[in-house]
Design a protein around this ligand. Structure first.
Ligand code: NAP
Length: 288
């Protein structure tokens, strides 16, 4: 971590814009990396209101910041204030990273990249395979899009029949058109279709908030669908082992929590700002 005495007139700023923002692990992740690699930059969290977002994004240019990460509730609203979007961000319709190229702001979404990198780190190769993702919100959209772009054969998306279902249907249609990957949205209440989808899958992903602290006893899907040869990925990292992961592990399945996705979405953003690889092993050792 950079000590205050090391901050100079050359030190560049990277920000985290969210509300709330103070709980984030990102400042530590990036400051550890800047320090380890001797990069003269600091990463600070800012609690940015919806009203202040346009001004704060303009501040990236005015203050010659390297860029920012964005989280709730700004990932969609920020699209309107950047100059360009990465191809994945365009499809996803949300950004979690802005890179400042001499005043030109490029919006990226690294959540899906983080998910795929986290799978690779666990020796799970889903290219050419069938996967099922529970949830169709922001995290799920990024994961679905990146998996589809990278060459997954078929994606089943399970969601409860909520007021958002129609919007999810439209979004999935658009992702399918942009990526040419077959994606099917199924209601979680349609038991037979849910079972069929999971039975055909080589990976099950939870991208809902079901099971997240404090509701740690909740399961996002009927536990009977789990099997020993079905790896289970949970985007949640608080708690580190959700009920879903516990039940899957008890059945003998490989289980992975969302810490790797968090780390690798950060690593992808770090690369975009600095053109250098985040020292992920060092960060893991000191952060998790
Ligand atoms: P989001 O956009 O609000 O989406 C939430 C999803 O969960 C929606 O599909 C929603 O369905 C579903 N859901 C919520 N409550 C539910 C319930 N009681 N029963 C069934 N489904 C329910 O949130 P998000 O940003 O995608 O985040 C989802 C999860 O991913 C969170 O736990 C978050 O912490 C995690 N996440 C992890 C990372 C990482 O780096 N590891 C990154 C981003 C997010 P409806 O729309 O129908 O309500």
């Amino acid at each position: 971590m950079k000590s205050i005495e090391e901050i100079s007139g050359q030190t560049r700023l990277v920000g985290f814009y969210a509300n709330p923002a103070r709980h984030s692990l990102s400042p530590k992740m990036h400051n550890l990396s800047f320090s380890k690699l001797g990069i003269d930059a600091v990463y600070l969290a800012f609690e940015v209101t919806k009203e202040a977002l346009p001004t704060q994004i303009q501040a990236i240019r005015n203050m010659q910041m390297l860029g920012v990460n964005l989280s709730m509730p700004h990932k969609v609203a920020a699209l309107d204030y950047v100059d360009e979007l990465s191809p994945a961000a365009k499809i996803i319709g949300a950004i979690n990273t802005i890179v400042n190229h001499e005043g030109k702001l490029i919006g990226h979404n690294t959540d899906g990249i983080g998910f795929m990198a986290s799978l690779a780190e666990n020796q799970i190769d889903i290219i050419g395979q069938t996967i099922t993702i529970i949830g169709a919100g922001g995290a799920a959209t990024a994961m679905i899009t990146q998996a589809a772009l990278d060459g997954v054969k078929q994606i089943y998306v399970l969601n409860r029949p909520s007021a958002h279902f129609k919007t999810y249907q439209e979004k999935i249609q658009a992702i399918m058109q942009a990526t040419n990957c077959p994606i099917e949205l199924i209601s979680l209440e349609d038991q037979a279709l849910v079972y069929q989808a999971v039975n055909k899958s080589q990976l099950l992903v939870n991208a809902t908030s079901v099971g997240m602290y404090p509701n740690v006893d909740e399961l996002p899907i009927d536990k009977e669908v789990l099997r020993s040869d079905l790896p289970v990925y949970d985007a949640i990292y608080h708690p580190r082992e959700t009920k879903l992961l516990k039940v899957a592990a008890a059945k003998g399945a490989l289980t992975i929590n969302g810490l790797g996705m968090l780390l690798h979405q950060g690593a992808a953003a770090f690369k975009l700002w600095t053109n250098q690889e985040m020292p992920v092993d060092y960060v893991k050792e000191h952060l998790f």
